[in-house]
Design a protein around this ligand. Structure first.
Ligand SMILES: O=P(O)(O)O[C@@H]1[C@@H](OP(=O)(O)O)[C@H](OP(=O)(O)O)[C@H](O)[C@H](OP(=O)(O)O)[C@H]1OP(=O)(O)O
Ligand SMILES: Nc1ncnc2c1ncn2[C@@H]1O[C@H](COP(=O)(O)OP(=O)(O)OP(=O)(O)O)[C@@H](O)[C@H]1O
Ligand SMILES: [Zn+2]
Length: 476
């Protein structure tokens, strides 16, 4: 922990950059060399009466069990330190330290946090203000490199463009613990099914065209298709920053509520970095992003970590109840005929095995929720050769790039029950939608001899038919 303490007078140097469900991100605008090129990550608390979003205490007794092999974590006095050590000792070795910034913690006075809160309120999305506030009970914040720019020391007017991607889960589960009635999970990717629930809850206004299986496909074509889809429907999965300011996508996380530059304006911004004719720059930019993801291999690592979820929540939840020594709520709910020995046998495995299943599940959960920030700057001839360069054929340009994972937070053990409930909700909402659509579709066809197909059904149909294991993406 740095010895510096940020006071009320320092608050004016920090401006709103963005936020997610749990943290507020501020960028530094002052002149202290220690903070130039840095952002501050401040934990929020929910307004609905709960304390910190992630809880403010250190690890709970059961979490200490789960993480007992990671002594650095279990010895930590508070949650903030645990969070940082989790990134350092668990996520960074798995994802590669080159792509992970652990950051440093800095003390802050309560007056600093109060001042910051006041200064940024206007810039925050109203719905985020309604649901969360700066957690005034924290006495330290995290200082991280600003991944939307290159480190200081770069030439002053050098342009930098950064994409932020929240890829979500990139594989189809194959766990034998997935119940027969939920078998759809093995063929339709979770992100697509979740869209149905988000649409129902009006969290999104249209289906995302994005398919995580394409982004993680390891093929140039698949990745390119995924980036095109993210550009078409960014939701909270895609943003672009130019010299640290957002130019595409929505600020503040969540869904697709506010969009910065669109279409022509975005093309216009790109002229600072992509040497192509007007109208061609966005296409070239998408190629650049796709090529870099392909070349960097960062997503291959991420996928490996996501796949630590070997049992799926339908298996891991039983191991969770073993750890907490509670009667298994899931087995209790299942009627006798459905209570297969697949599940009951999970209750007689050794504790170590349960701990491993749940620990791996939680690590995978972090990997399914984190984001990537990829920054580019045109390569100057005089600069030393770097491994991290990518050639953009369509404009004959060479770019330097860097890739960082952000939001590698430890998921609380207590969330296991919520994961199980959400999973059920997603599958049932999606299945219900498929059923309704097919019935409606049949009725529409019957009424019109098959000629009337309004756009909505056509769209939803293509969504429903697509993204299964066998789909090559051609049906879109
Ligand atoms: O459950 P999911 O898949 O919806 O993920 C949540 C995210 O929703 P998303 O679907 O990406 O919009 C959610 O993101 P938003 O708030 O929707 O931007 C959070 O990242 C949440 O994590 P945490 O509670 O902050 O630790 C995420 O919760 P975890 O599941 O990662 O714990
Ligand atoms: N090191 C960084 N450099 C630049 N921008 C950042 C950095 N860290 C975070 N951001 C920006 O701030 C936003 C919110 O940060 P972050 O994802 O850490 O919040 P969160 O509350 O943990 O998110 P979630 O809702 O996923 O839990 C990011 O989407 C990104 O745009
Ligand atoms: Zn059980």
């Amino acid at each position: 922990m740095e010895e510096v303490i940020l006071e009320q007078k320092d608050a004016g140097d920090w401006i709103y950059r963005g936020e997610g469900a749990a943290n507020l991100i501020l960028a530094y605008t002052g002149s202290s060399p220690a903070f130039i090129g840095k952002v501050m990550r401040i934990q929020k608390s929910q307004r609905n009466g709960k304390t910190g979003v992630k809880g403010s205490r250190a690890l709970t007794t059961h979490e200490r069990l789960v993480w007992r092999e990671n002594e650095e974590l279990t010895a930590s006095p508070n949650r903030e330190i645990v969070e940082q050590l989790y990134v350092k000792h668990v996520m960074s070795p798995l994802l590669g330290p080159k792509h992970v910034d652990v950051g440093i913690r800095v003390h802050v006075a309560k007056e600093f946090l109060k001042s910051v809160e006041k200064n940024v309120t206007f810039h925050r999305p109203a719905w985020r203000v309604d649901s969360s506030q700066v957690d005034l009970n924290r006495d330290s914040v995290l200082i991280l490199s600003d991944h939307s720019v290159f480190p200081t020391g770069s030439l002053k007017d050098e342009p930098c463009i950064t994409v932020e991607i929240k890829p979500k889960c990139g594989f189809l589960p194959i766990s034998r613990f997935i119940a027969e009635e939920n078998a759809v999970k093995k063929t339709v990717v979770r992100f697509r099914m979740h869209q149905a629930l988000k649409l129902l809850n009006q969290e999104v206004s249209e289906y995302s065209k994005y398919n995580p299986l394409e982004l993680f496909s390891g093929s140039r074509e698949g990745i390119q298709k995924a980036i095109e889809a993210l550009y078409a429907t960014p939701q909270n999965n895609f943003r672009v920053f130019f010299n640290g300011s957002i130019v595409f996508g929505s600020l503040g996380g969540g869904t697709d509520r506010t969009t910065a530059l669109v279409g022509e304006a975005f093309e216009d911004t790109l002229k600072n970095i992509i040497q192509a004719e007007n109208g061609q720059r966005t296409t070239s930019f998408i190629q650049l992003v796709a090529e870099t993801i392909y070349a960097s291999g960062a997503l291959d690592k991420l996928l490996e970590v996501q796949k630590l979820d070997t049992h799926d929540i339908e298996g891991a939840i039983h191991a969770y109840y073993n750890i907490t020594s509670q009667p298994c709520m899931v087995c209790r709910e299942l009627s006798k005929d459905k209570l297969s020995c697949r599940y009951t046998s999970l209750h007689s495995i050794p504790l170590d095995e349960s701990l491993k299943i749940v620990k791996d599940y939680l690590i995978a959960a972090t990997a399914k929720d984190c984001s990537l920030m990829i920054s580019f700057r045109p390569k100057e001839d005089g600069r030393l050769p770097s491994h991290n360069t990518v050639y953009l054929g369509s404009t004959d340009q060479v770019f330097e790039y860097k890739v960082y994972f952000i939001d590698l937070d430890l998921k609380p053990l207590k969330k296991m029950e919520a994961y199980y409930e959400l999973d059920k909700k997603i599958v049932s909402c999606y299945s219900q939608m498929v059923k309704t659509e097919h019935e409606t579709d049949k009725a529409v066809r019957m009424n019109s001899n098959g000629s009337v197909r309004d756009q909505r059904y056509a769209l939803e149909d293509s969504f429903l038919n697509c993204y299964t294991e066998d789909c090559t993406g051609k049906c879109n």
